[in-house]
Design a protein around this ligand. Structure first.
Ligand SMILES: NC(=O)c1ccc[n+]([C@@H]2O[C@H](COP(=O)([O-])OP(=O)(O)OC[C@H]3O[C@@H](n4cnc5c(N)ncnc54)[C@H](OP(=O)(O)O)[C@@H]3O)[C@@H](O)[C@H]2O)c1
Length: 325
């Protein structure tokens, strides 16, 4: 379904937004679009300061000086729980509200372990984001109570992927292997799949354990489609094509440009509460895993397995609880 960021994103007046992985690909495109709809502030989180600066300049140039909301660069390396804590502390110190959190950053094909000993893809894509969300949830709950903020307007959007289908069918979460070095008998794509299944399950569990009816927060997970970004560059044997060859390969693979790829997360983060369906597109619902744009029920059986989701949640809680204070 078509989504038009220019017309479909409402004014984001007073809203404070955080986008992880905001310096590249889908994250950068998301910041660019949101910045043109008057939020109070957007935190562009990135692990590399010079890449963050370059992205900021590019976004400001594309949006136009008079049309670009304030953007604050935030240092965040999701492969370090210490860095996640520092980033969350900065937001909590500087802001009295956080309206939209887009857990967008991700790695595919990365080897090794995080600073805290998790398999790199699981550690960055799931564990780092899970801690970030947990640390910022109280601020988001506070935001949802602000006068004039409607229930469901405070959003947490987690980037998942159709690659959840590559998680092992028999034991989707081989936790003991996710705490060791990356290799073992799990292939790269299997490990990426596990991390993306965790993204789907974590969003569903957040929605269940922090119901919108009580907290005002709406949580969704999104598969953005196959999108032309740098994500595949780390995959072993991935053709390191550039320029026109890369574009031709992308079209052949049915990938969409990043401008379109960001529609799903922009829709999930900003579609107004109570707005009527437009061209078949309606409101996102809390706990749902969406394909682009706004399509439900496309995940695997594993994606909707509540027992598995619960297992992932319990395990994650035990791992992270010592970092909550
Ligand atoms: N592109 C697709 O077809 C596709 C399909 C399904 C799902 N997704 C999901 O969409 C999300 C965005 O991916 P993308 O396609 O935009 O990829 P991308 O262009 O490679 O961007 C990924 C972003 O994540 C950041 N990142 C990586 N490791 C990080 C870390 N340790 N700490 C903080 N930030 C880190 C990257 O920063 P650096 O620039 O410093 O590396 C970059 O800003 C990911 O979660 C991905 O799994 C993408």
């Amino acid at each position: 379904m078509a989504f038009n960021p220019t017309h479909d994103i409402p004014p984001l007046t007073n809203k404070v937004i955080l986008v992880t992985g905001g310096n590249e690909g889908l994250g950068k495109q998301t910041v660019l679009q949101l910045a043109q709809h008057s939020p109070a502030n957007i935190y562009l989180a990135a692990r590399n300061p010079s890449k963050a600066e370059a992205a900021l300049k590019e976004i400001q140039a594309k949006a136009g000086a008079n049309n670009c909301a304030p953007i604050t660069l935030l240092s965040l390396d999701l492969s370090s729980l210490e860095s996640v804590k520092k980033a969350a502390d900065i937001i909590k110190t500087q802001e009295s509200r956080l309206d939209i959190l887009i857990a967008n950053a991700g790695v595919m094909g990365a080897l090794g372990t995080t600073q805290d000993g998790y398999e790199m893809q699981f550690g960055v894509n799931h564990m780092g984001h899970a801690l970030l969300i947990q640390l910022l949830l109280p601020l988001m709950q506070q935001t949802a109570k602000i006068e004039g903020v409607k229930p469901g307007e405070t959003r947490c959007v987690i980037l998942a992927s159709e690659a959840e289908k590559f998680a092992p069918k028999k034991v989707p979460y081989p936790f003991e292997k996710l705490r060791m070095t990356a290799c073992g008998e799990l292939g790269t794509f299997t490990r990426y799949g596990i991390s993306k299944l965790a993204n789907v399950h974590y969003a569903a569990q957040l929605a269940k354990r922090y119901p919108e009816a009580e907290t005002g927060i709406r949580v969704v997970s999104v598969h953005p489609g196959g999108v032309v970004t740098n994500l595949g560059d780390l995959m072993k044997g991935w053709p390191r094509t550039q320029g026109i060859i890369r574009k031709i390969a992308a079209v052949a693979l049915g990938l969409v440009p990043v401008e379109q790829g960001a529609w799903g997360q922009l829709w999930a983060a900003t579609w107004p509460v109570g707005k009527n369906k437009t061209a078949g597109l309606g409101e996102p619902k809390s706990g749902v895993f969406y394909y682009p744009v706004g399509l439900e029920g496309k995940g695997t059986k594993m994606a909707y397995d509540e027992g598995l989701a619960n297992e992932l949640w319990e395990w994650t809680e035990k791992e992270l609880e010592s970092h909550y204070t």
